[in-house]
Design a protein around this ligand. Structure first.
Ligand SMILES: *Cc1c(COP(=O)(O)O)cnc(C)c1O
Length: 351
């Protein structure tokens, strides 16, 4: 099916960008792409100036939480090639989230058409080097103006862009949360539902008080199995060369696309990798004995970030100050983005 996308131009020309000093997530595109689901179908897709929404105060998305998002990046290579990294995997995951929240799937061709049009209207946002990117934020929420818990019949799907530099500019220590839970089996930890992040925020002041920048979550039932950070997956590197990341089998971990990419890159480079349950006790024992040599986080926003220390039950455990595997993984990731390395041609969705 081909979609009719109407267009309204912004009144002012785009402002100049200071690429070397871009904060993360505070500069926005001049356009926003919108598609409305109503009367049982997708109709009215448009690209219009980026501006405030007018919303009915009773919309379901705000009251009952049918609200989700995605996060992906577009890049420009030195040869001028412009692409979105693993667009189709992000689109698939958006619809996995939608299905879990009883929301209608967003047709792939509608998503593709809206995103392509939006990026073509905002070509000045494509950064000069691969160190910067266009962060793409699709989001999707219920708009029925009705008080009462039931599946909404109307929805708004939207996409805006944000030119970004690095997410973390300083080393990161992780607070291991032993009181609260992020996700439980059968719940929503495996999707990018807006409410997951709200429920995780309560850990932030505890992390800050312990001089940590991120929270590392354990399983909800035993507070024993390591799951992930609030917005990143976690990897462990052992002295014998094995690289471990928690298995996705409980359904409580977000299946990160960066996680999957890094696993593929490490395997292609001959590193033995494993996806399995890993207890916090094994991790702490590994740090104190020296068998665990690196911990790093992966995610679209931060890409790959070494963890310098873990704070667990009132004690800080420092990790070695060199991160050779994280560095190697990051280098390979950038080789993939630059086109010098090609693992899967479907991963590069060209504009
Ligand atoms: C988005 C996210 C990640 C990282 O996923 P990517 O696809 O690599 O960006 C990891 N954990 C959580 C909870 C997330 O929301």
């Amino acid at each position: 099916m081909s979609w009719l996308i109407s267009y309204e131009a912004p009144a002012t020309p785009p402002p100049a960008l200071d690429w070397e000093r871009l904060p993360f997530g505070r500069v926005f595109s001049q356009h926003i792409a919108l598609a409305y689901f109503q009367n049982g179908k997708w109709d009215e897709a448009r690209i219009q100036p980026f501006q405030d929404f007018r919303l009915h105060p009773a919309i379901h998305g705000l009251h009952y939480g049918q609200a989700l998002f995605e996060g992906m990046k577009a890049y420009q290579r030195p040869d001028g090639t412009r692409f979105v990294f693993r667009f189709k995997d992000h689109a698939r995951r958006l619809n996995l989230s939608a299905t879990r929240l009883s929301m209608p799937p967003v047709p792939l061709d509608l998503f593709e058409a809206l995103l392509r049009e939006l990026l073509l209207k905002e070509t000045h946002l494509f950064p000069p080097t691969l160190r910067q990117a266009i962060y793409i934020r699709p989001f999707y929420f219920a708009t029925d103006p009705y008080v009462g818990v039931r599946v909404s019949e109307s929805y708004l799907f939207a996409i805006f862009l944000s030119p970004v530099g690095p997410y973390y500019t300083q080393p990161v220590a992780a607070y291991v949360e032993t009181e609260y839970s992020r996700a439980a089996p059968g719940g929503t930890g495996h999707i990018k539902m807006a409410g997951n992040y709200a429920a995780a925020l309560i850990s932030n002041p505890k992390a800050q008080a312990a001089q940590c920048q991120v929270t590392l979550w354990l399983d909800a039932c035993e507070k024993r199995w390591v799951e992930e950070f609030s917005t990143m997956n976690v990897f462990f590197v052992w002295k014998d060369g094995r690289i471990t990341t928690p298995a996705l089998t409980r359904g409580t971990i977000l299946a990160g696309i960066t996680r999957d990419t890094i696993l593929a890159l490490l395997r292609a480079a001959g590193h033995p990798t494993e996806e399995r349950d890993i207890s916090i006790h094994e991790v702490i024992e590994g740090i104190t004995s020296g068998h665990l040599t690196e911990v790093f986080g992966t995610g679209t926003a931060a890409t790959i970030i070494p963890i310098i220390a873990l704070h667990y039950q009132g004690k800080r455990y420092e990790l070695p100050s060199t991160h050779p595997i994280a560095e190697k993984a990051r280098t390979a990731y950038y080789e993939l983005l630059s086109g010098n390395l090609n693992l899967n041609p479907d991963w590069i969705w060209k504009i």
